[in-house]
Write a protein of this length. Sequence first.
Length: 312
Amino acid sequence: MFSVKCSLCKKDGAVYLPYMKKVLCEGHFVNFFEKRVFRTVREFKMIRKGERIAVGYSGGKDSTVLLHILSKLRKTHPFELFAITVDVGIPGYSDRLVEVAREECKKLGVEHRVVYFKKELGFTTADIYKSGRSPCSYCGVFRRRLLNVAAREEKADKLAIAHTLDDVAQTVLMNIMRNEPLRLVRLVEPVVDEEAFVPRIKPLLRTPEKEVVQYALIKNLPFQTKGCPGMRVAFRHEIRKMLNALEEKHPGTKLKILNSFLSMERLMRKGLEGEELRIGKCKICKEPSSTEVCMFCKRKEEISSSRVITGC
Protein backbone atom coordinates (compact mmCIF):
# COMPACT_ATOMS: atom_id res chain seq x y z
CA MET A 1 0.00 0.00 0.00
CA PHE A 2 1.34 3.45 -0.91
CA SER A 3 1.64 6.31 1.58
CA VAL A 4 0.33 8.65 -1.15
CA LYS A 5 -3.27 9.07 -2.22
CA CYS A 6 -4.91 8.01 -5.47
CA SER A 7 -4.34 10.54 -8.27
CA LEU A 8 -8.09 10.47 -9.03
CA CYS A 9 -9.61 10.47 -5.52
CA LYS A 10 -8.63 10.74 -1.86
CA LYS A 11 -8.41 7.02 -1.17
CA ASP A 12 -5.12 5.29 -0.37
CA GLY A 13 -3.06 4.50 -3.45
CA ALA A 14 -2.62 0.81 -4.33
CA VAL A 15 -0.88 0.70 -7.71
CA TYR A 16 1.76 2.99 -9.19
CA LEU A 17 1.82 3.36 -12.99
CA PRO A 18 5.32 4.74 -13.74
CA TYR A 19 4.68 5.31 -17.47
CA MET A 20 1.74 7.58 -16.52
CA LYS A 21 3.32 8.92 -13.31
CA LYS A 22 0.08 8.20 -11.48
CA VAL A 23 -0.99 6.29 -8.39
CA LEU A 24 -4.41 4.63 -8.40
CA CYS A 25 -6.53 3.18 -5.60
CA GLU A 26 -7.81 -0.37 -6.03
CA GLY A 27 -11.15 0.72 -7.45
CA HIS A 28 -9.75 3.14 -10.01
CA PHE A 29 -7.04 0.67 -11.04
CA VAL A 30 -9.56 -2.13 -11.67
CA ASN A 31 -11.71 0.26 -13.70
CA PHE A 32 -8.67 1.49 -15.69
CA PHE A 33 -7.46 -2.08 -16.30
CA GLU A 34 -10.80 -3.42 -17.53
CA LYS A 35 -11.56 -0.41 -19.73
CA ARG A 36 -8.18 -0.74 -21.44
CA VAL A 37 -8.88 -4.39 -22.32
CA PHE A 38 -12.38 -3.53 -23.57
CA ARG A 39 -10.94 -0.70 -25.71
CA THR A 40 -8.36 -3.08 -27.19
CA VAL A 41 -11.10 -5.55 -28.13
CA ARG A 42 -13.03 -2.75 -29.85
CA GLU A 43 -9.99 -1.18 -31.53
CA PHE A 44 -8.98 -4.38 -33.30
CA LYS A 45 -12.56 -5.65 -33.73
CA MET A 46 -11.56 -8.83 -31.92
CA ILE A 47 -15.02 -10.08 -30.93
CA ARG A 48 -18.31 -9.68 -32.76
CA LYS A 49 -21.80 -10.27 -31.41
CA GLY A 50 -22.79 -13.94 -31.35
CA GLU A 51 -19.30 -15.32 -32.04
CA ARG A 52 -18.00 -18.42 -30.28
CA ILE A 53 -14.74 -17.52 -28.55
CA ALA A 54 -12.27 -20.09 -27.26
CA VAL A 55 -9.78 -19.06 -24.57
CA GLY A 56 -6.41 -20.76 -24.31
CA TYR A 57 -6.59 -21.20 -20.53
CA SER A 58 -3.51 -22.54 -18.77
CA GLY A 59 -4.54 -21.70 -15.20
CA GLY A 60 -1.70 -19.16 -14.90
CA LYS A 61 -2.20 -15.50 -13.99
CA ASP A 62 -2.50 -14.12 -17.53
CA SER A 63 -5.09 -16.58 -18.83
CA THR A 64 -7.03 -16.54 -15.55
CA VAL A 65 -7.38 -12.76 -15.75
CA LEU A 66 -8.28 -12.96 -19.46
CA LEU A 67 -11.02 -15.51 -18.79
CA HIS A 68 -12.52 -13.35 -16.05
CA ILE A 69 -12.40 -10.18 -18.18
CA LEU A 70 -14.05 -11.88 -21.18
CA SER A 71 -16.61 -13.49 -18.89
CA LYS A 72 -17.51 -9.99 -17.67
CA LEU A 73 -17.56 -8.57 -21.22
CA ARG A 74 -20.00 -11.20 -22.50
CA LYS A 75 -22.63 -9.93 -20.06
CA THR A 76 -22.95 -6.70 -22.05
CA HIS A 77 -21.73 -7.89 -25.48
CA PRO A 78 -23.31 -11.33 -26.03
CA PHE A 79 -20.96 -14.00 -27.35
CA GLU A 80 -20.24 -17.62 -26.48
CA LEU A 81 -17.20 -18.36 -24.33
CA PHE A 82 -15.40 -21.61 -23.59
CA ALA A 83 -11.93 -22.57 -22.39
CA ILE A 84 -9.29 -25.01 -23.60
CA THR A 85 -6.49 -26.16 -21.30
CA VAL A 86 -3.46 -28.03 -22.63
CA ASP A 87 -1.81 -30.31 -20.07
CA VAL A 88 1.83 -30.44 -21.20
CA GLY A 89 2.71 -33.10 -18.63
CA ILE A 90 5.15 -31.48 -16.19
CA PRO A 91 4.79 -33.27 -12.81
CA GLY A 92 3.88 -30.95 -9.93
CA TYR A 93 3.17 -28.10 -12.34
CA SER A 94 0.69 -29.08 -15.05
CA ASP A 95 -1.65 -30.94 -12.70
CA ARG A 96 -2.02 -27.84 -10.48
CA LEU A 97 -2.71 -25.64 -13.52
CA VAL A 98 -5.45 -27.99 -14.74
CA GLU A 99 -6.98 -28.04 -11.25
CA VAL A 100 -7.12 -24.21 -11.09
CA ALA A 101 -8.58 -24.08 -14.62
CA ARG A 102 -11.33 -26.57 -13.81
CA GLU A 103 -12.32 -24.75 -10.62
CA GLU A 104 -12.47 -21.31 -12.27
CA CYS A 105 -14.43 -22.50 -15.30
CA LYS A 106 -16.96 -24.16 -13.04
CA LYS A 107 -17.26 -20.99 -10.94
CA LEU A 108 -17.78 -18.79 -14.03
CA GLY A 109 -20.10 -21.22 -15.77
CA VAL A 110 -17.71 -21.56 -18.70
CA GLU A 111 -17.52 -24.73 -20.79
CA HIS A 112 -14.09 -26.36 -20.39
CA ARG A 113 -12.04 -28.90 -22.32
CA VAL A 114 -8.64 -30.36 -21.34
CA VAL A 115 -6.23 -31.67 -23.99
CA TYR A 116 -3.29 -33.84 -22.93
CA PHE A 117 0.17 -34.00 -24.53
CA LYS A 118 0.50 -37.65 -23.52
CA LYS A 119 -2.75 -38.68 -25.16
CA GLU A 120 -2.42 -36.60 -28.34
CA LEU A 121 1.34 -36.82 -28.92
CA GLY A 122 2.47 -39.91 -27.04
CA PHE A 123 4.95 -37.98 -24.89
CA THR A 124 5.10 -35.01 -22.49
CA THR A 125 7.22 -31.90 -22.01
CA ALA A 126 8.91 -33.71 -19.12
CA ASP A 127 9.98 -36.40 -21.62
CA ILE A 128 11.40 -33.73 -23.94
CA TYR A 129 13.38 -32.26 -21.06
CA LYS A 130 14.83 -35.69 -20.24
CA SER A 131 16.05 -36.04 -23.83
CA GLY A 132 18.42 -33.12 -23.25
CA ARG A 133 16.61 -30.84 -25.71
CA SER A 134 15.44 -27.30 -24.94
CA PRO A 135 11.76 -27.91 -24.05
CA CYS A 136 10.37 -24.44 -24.87
CA SER A 137 10.97 -24.59 -28.63
CA TYR A 138 9.06 -27.90 -28.74
CA CYS A 139 6.38 -27.30 -26.12
CA GLY A 140 5.23 -24.02 -27.69
CA VAL A 141 4.86 -25.55 -31.16
CA PHE A 142 2.92 -28.57 -29.87
CA ARG A 143 0.73 -26.50 -27.55
CA ARG A 144 -0.25 -24.07 -30.32
CA ARG A 145 -1.20 -26.94 -32.64
CA LEU A 146 -3.34 -28.69 -30.02
CA LEU A 147 -5.08 -25.41 -29.13
CA ASN A 148 -5.90 -24.74 -32.78
CA VAL A 149 -7.20 -28.27 -33.40
CA ALA A 150 -9.33 -28.24 -30.23
CA ALA A 151 -10.71 -24.76 -31.01
CA ARG A 152 -11.59 -25.89 -34.54
CA GLU A 153 -13.26 -29.07 -33.28
CA GLU A 154 -15.33 -26.95 -30.87
CA LYS A 155 -16.35 -24.70 -33.80
CA ALA A 156 -14.72 -21.56 -32.39
CA ASP A 157 -14.76 -18.36 -34.45
CA LYS A 158 -11.70 -16.98 -32.64
CA LEU A 159 -9.06 -18.25 -30.21
CA ALA A 160 -8.21 -15.75 -27.44
CA ILE A 161 -4.61 -15.96 -26.25
CA ALA A 162 -3.47 -14.32 -23.00
CA HIS A 163 -0.40 -12.60 -24.46
CA THR A 164 0.39 -9.42 -22.53
CA LEU A 165 2.24 -6.28 -23.60
CA ASP A 166 5.43 -7.93 -22.31
CA ASP A 167 4.90 -11.03 -24.47
CA VAL A 168 4.21 -8.99 -27.60
CA ALA A 169 7.18 -6.64 -27.08
CA GLN A 170 9.43 -9.68 -26.56
CA THR A 171 8.10 -11.35 -29.71
CA VAL A 172 8.61 -8.20 -31.79
CA LEU A 173 12.28 -8.03 -30.82
CA MET A 174 12.81 -11.77 -31.27
CA ASN A 175 11.32 -11.71 -34.78
CA ILE A 176 13.42 -8.69 -35.74
CA MET A 177 16.56 -10.45 -34.51
CA ARG A 178 15.62 -13.58 -36.45
CA ASN A 179 14.69 -11.57 -39.57
CA GLU A 180 11.17 -13.02 -39.77
CA PRO A 181 8.96 -10.21 -41.19
CA LEU A 182 6.02 -12.49 -42.02
CA ARG A 183 5.78 -13.54 -38.38
CA LEU A 184 5.66 -9.86 -37.42
CA VAL A 185 2.77 -9.20 -39.81
CA ARG A 186 0.78 -12.06 -38.28
CA LEU A 187 1.47 -11.00 -34.69
CA VAL A 188 -1.58 -8.85 -33.88
CA GLU A 189 -4.27 -9.19 -36.55
CA PRO A 190 -5.05 -12.42 -38.43
CA VAL A 191 -3.88 -12.54 -42.03
CA VAL A 192 -4.47 -16.24 -42.63
CA ASP A 193 -7.61 -16.92 -44.63
CA GLU A 194 -7.70 -20.66 -44.06
CA GLU A 195 -10.69 -22.59 -42.77
CA ALA A 196 -8.53 -25.00 -40.75
CA PHE A 197 -6.83 -22.15 -38.88
CA VAL A 198 -8.80 -20.49 -36.05
CA PRO A 199 -7.91 -16.75 -35.99
CA ARG A 200 -6.18 -15.66 -32.78
CA ILE A 201 -6.93 -12.54 -30.77
CA LYS A 202 -4.93 -10.93 -27.96
CA PRO A 203 -7.16 -8.79 -25.70
CA LEU A 204 -4.26 -8.19 -23.22
CA LEU A 205 -2.11 -6.76 -26.02
CA ARG A 206 -1.71 -3.35 -24.31
CA THR A 207 -1.62 -4.66 -20.74
CA PRO A 208 1.73 -4.94 -18.86
CA GLU A 209 2.35 -8.26 -17.12
CA LYS A 210 2.94 -6.54 -13.77
CA GLU A 211 -0.54 -5.04 -13.90
CA VAL A 212 -2.06 -8.43 -14.69
CA VAL A 213 -0.56 -9.70 -11.42
CA GLN A 214 -1.81 -6.64 -9.51
CA TYR A 215 -5.31 -7.04 -10.95
CA ALA A 216 -5.38 -10.75 -10.06
CA LEU A 217 -4.29 -10.01 -6.48
CA ILE A 218 -6.80 -7.19 -5.99
CA LYS A 219 -9.62 -9.35 -7.40
CA ASN A 220 -8.38 -12.33 -5.36
CA LEU A 221 -8.21 -14.60 -8.40
CA PRO A 222 -6.56 -18.00 -7.91
CA PHE A 223 -3.68 -18.82 -10.23
CA GLN A 224 -0.56 -20.96 -10.37
CA THR A 225 2.32 -18.88 -8.99
CA LYS A 226 5.06 -21.38 -9.82
CA GLY A 227 6.74 -20.53 -13.14
CA CYS A 228 7.35 -23.07 -15.88
CA PRO A 229 10.55 -25.05 -15.05
CA GLY A 230 11.80 -24.73 -18.63
CA MET A 231 11.44 -20.95 -18.86
CA ARG A 232 15.00 -19.98 -17.95
CA VAL A 233 16.62 -21.96 -20.76
CA ALA A 234 14.68 -20.13 -23.49
CA PHE A 235 15.98 -17.29 -25.69
CA ARG A 236 12.81 -15.40 -24.76
CA HIS A 237 14.00 -15.30 -21.15
CA GLU A 238 17.07 -13.29 -22.17
CA ILE A 239 14.92 -10.83 -24.13
CA ARG A 240 12.54 -10.62 -21.16
CA LYS A 241 15.37 -9.68 -18.77
CA MET A 242 16.69 -7.04 -21.17
CA LEU A 243 13.26 -5.45 -21.67
CA ASN A 244 12.50 -5.44 -17.94
CA ALA A 245 15.79 -3.62 -17.28
CA LEU A 246 14.97 -1.03 -19.96
CA GLU A 247 11.42 -0.60 -18.62
CA GLU A 248 12.78 -0.03 -15.11
CA LYS A 249 15.13 2.68 -16.35
CA HIS A 250 12.84 4.12 -19.03
CA PRO A 251 9.15 3.58 -18.11
CA GLY A 252 6.95 3.07 -21.15
CA THR A 253 9.62 1.28 -23.22
CA LYS A 254 7.43 -1.79 -23.88
CA LEU A 255 4.45 0.33 -24.89
CA LYS A 256 6.63 2.35 -27.26
CA ILE A 257 7.89 -0.87 -28.87
CA LEU A 258 4.28 -2.00 -29.38
CA ASN A 259 3.15 1.34 -30.84
CA SER A 260 6.18 1.51 -33.16
CA PHE A 261 5.50 -2.04 -34.28
CA LEU A 262 1.82 -1.31 -34.99
CA SER A 263 2.84 1.62 -37.21
CA MET A 264 5.41 -0.52 -39.06
CA GLU A 265 3.03 -3.45 -39.33
CA ARG A 266 0.47 -1.45 -41.29
CA LEU A 267 3.16 -0.40 -43.78
CA MET A 268 4.50 -3.96 -44.00
CA ARG A 269 1.04 -5.30 -44.85
CA LYS A 270 0.73 -2.83 -47.70
CA GLY A 271 4.20 -3.71 -48.99
CA LEU A 272 3.72 -7.47 -48.98
CA GLU A 273 2.05 -9.21 -51.89
CA GLY A 274 -1.06 -11.30 -51.25
CA GLU A 275 0.85 -14.39 -52.35
CA GLU A 276 3.42 -13.86 -49.59
CA LEU A 277 0.69 -13.71 -46.94
CA ARG A 278 -1.12 -16.76 -48.28
CA ILE A 279 -0.68 -19.96 -46.32
CA GLY A 280 -0.60 -23.50 -47.64
CA LYS A 281 -0.86 -26.92 -46.04
CA CYS A 282 1.78 -29.21 -44.59
CA LYS A 283 2.38 -32.16 -46.92
CA ILE A 284 2.47 -34.54 -43.93
CA CYS A 285 -0.36 -33.56 -41.56
CA LYS A 286 -2.36 -31.35 -43.99
CA GLU A 287 -2.71 -28.64 -41.33
CA PRO A 288 -2.15 -24.94 -42.25
CA SER A 289 1.54 -24.16 -42.78
CA SER A 290 3.69 -21.47 -44.40
CA THR A 291 6.30 -24.11 -45.29
CA GLU A 292 6.17 -27.44 -47.11
CA VAL A 293 6.55 -29.33 -43.82
CA CYS A 294 5.13 -27.56 -40.77
CA MET A 295 7.12 -26.96 -37.59
CA PHE A 296 4.84 -29.33 -35.68
CA CYS A 297 5.78 -32.27 -37.93
CA LYS A 298 9.47 -31.31 -37.92
CA ARG A 299 9.58 -31.11 -34.13
CA LYS A 300 7.57 -34.29 -33.71
CA GLU A 301 9.95 -36.18 -36.00
CA GLU A 302 12.93 -34.91 -33.99
CA ILE A 303 11.31 -36.12 -30.78
CA SER A 304 10.29 -39.47 -32.29
CA SER A 305 13.91 -40.11 -33.28
CA SER A 306 15.10 -39.54 -29.71
CA ARG A 307 16.03 -42.75 -27.90
CA VAL A 308 15.11 -41.25 -24.52
CA ILE A 309 11.49 -40.65 -25.53
CA THR A 310 10.83 -43.58 -27.83
CA GLY A 311 12.08 -45.79 -25.07
CA CYS A 312 9.60 -44.39 -22.51
